[in-house]
Write a protein that binds this ligand. Structure first.
Ligand code: AMP
Length: 307
């Protein structure tokens, strides 16, 4: 098993969906990634920052899942990153109501010494300069995975392009892939992104699954059709956490193994959306994950005679 470094926000989120509304609850890209990756029993370290307003009980909870929090800086007189969003009725699109960077504005990440030799690095959604700094601190990672969003394309495009040129895998949603490349076709968009640096591109299509592009090959993983999607927040991060957690556990970074990693990421994401925030990930058992992986398998398996 390899070690995994996770950088991303650890946050307070306030979410509104057609099913209800929350006050500030635990959120953040690194939180979802860490909780998802911890399902695979990997040694993961969270590199992030929170303010003095962040409850110690949340930090203890992350440690209790086997996540190293020595790289989680606490700025006593600062406020934790806050994000608020409202989902439309289709649950596939949302409006961001607030993004308050707070302590994140001055964050200088420090990867714990004992994690600098990790093979896998998961750069969760954050300012690209912070992501770059984490890459620079690593000794010789075998796989660097980047997640980003339109917020950084709008606010720090040059820096984002620098990070993209240094990573092996990028995970991005369909609209963001179109924004980044100016291409409507996702196949052409993926080809253009591959020219920017990464040799693997994962395009997430929400309830329509995910596509993996590498050289001239494409793999498609569906999302599990669910009766009820309660809150999609964190689904993309959970997917990324499942993907990297699985790869760190198996230490096989081939295209073939990435297919299984994508199915694991999709299965975990399908749990994430069943309840608000991190709630469902926190009470998820290994047996439930195993059953859902079986459902994924039977969903896509078919015999066909080719004549
Ligand atoms: P997702 O639904 O996978 O896109 O991720 C939602 C999580 O990302 C929330 O828990 C937010 O706290 C966090 N988030 C939202 N906007 C940003 C941003 N601009 N930078 C970093 N993290 C963000």
């Amino acid at each position: 098993m390899s070690k995994l470094v996770i950088v991303g926000t650890v946050a307070f989120d306030a979410i509104e969906t057609p099913f209800g509304k929350t006050d500030k609850i635990l959120g953040g890209a690194a939180t979802f990634i860490g909780l998802a990756a911890s399902q695979f029993g990997v040694k993961g370290a969270i590199v992030s920052v929170v303010g003095g307003d962040f409850p110690q009980s949340y930090i203890d909870m992350l440690s209790s899942r086997g996540l190293d929090v020595s790289g989680l800086e606490i700025v006593k007189d600062g406020k934790t990153f806050f994000w608020s969003g409202k989902y439309h009725n289709d649950m596939n699109s949302r409006d961001t109501l607030a993004t308050e960077l707070n302590v994140l504005a001055e964050f200088d990440p420090v990867v714990p010494q004992s994690y600098r030799d990790s093979e896998v690095v998961m750069l969760g959604n954050l300012h690209p300069l912070i992501q770059l700094s984490v890459i620079e601190q690593m000794e010789s990672p075998k796989l660097i995975v980047l997640d980003t969003m339109n917020f950084w394309m709008d606010n720090a495009l040059d820096e984002l392009l620098r990070v993209i040129s240094k990573v092996d895998v990028i995970t991005i949603n369909d609209e963001e892939a179109r924004q980044l490349t100016g291409e409507y076709s996702l196949v052409v968009a993926a080809q253009k992104i591959i020219q920017m640096g990464p040799s693997y591109v994962v395009i997430k299509k929400g309830e329509h699954g995910a596509l993996l592009f590498h050289n001239n090959e494409i793999f498609f993983a569906p999302a599990l059709p669910l009766e009820e999607v309660f809150d999609p927040t964190g689904a993309g991060d959970t997917f990324a956490g499942g993907f990297t957690g699985y790869l760190a556990r198996t230490r096989d970074y081939s295209f073939e193994n990435m297919k299984t990693a994508i199915i694991n990421g999709s299965a975990l994401a399908s749990f994430c959306v069943e309840k608000f925030g991190t709630e469902r990930l926190l009470d998820l058992s290994n047996d439930e994950l195993y059953l859902r992986l079986q459902q994924f398998k039977s969903l896509t398996q078919f015999d066909i005679e080719l004549t």
